[in-house]
Design a protein around this ligand. Structure first.
Ligand code: FES
Length: 73
């Protein structure tokens, strides 16, 4: 079995999965992840990917709340 781990933030080692989970749990969890890892505080190259990932998670939650159930990606 091959497990693919994608990093969103190479500088701080934050994975896409960790970001998606935090974004799905809400603002406090997202802030906690960013504060504790320092994500985005080094080169800043991850900021756009972070915004897009969080927006996709929130769009999926909105669609699910409207009965759509599909996660935007
Ligand atoms: S890739 Fe996230 S701060 Fe550099």
């Amino acid at each position: 079995m091959i497990v693919r781990i994608m990093s969103i933030c190479m500088c701080k080692g934050v994975t896409e999965r960790a970001l998606r989970e935090a974004a799905g749990e809400g603002t406090a969890a997202l802030r906690w992840l960013i504060r504790t890892t320092g994500m985005g505080s080094d080169c800043g190259c991850c900021m756009e990917a972070m915004r897009e990932t969080v927006a996709a998670v929130h769009a999926g939650r909105y669609a699910a709340s409207q009965g759509g159930g599909e996660e935007a990606d």
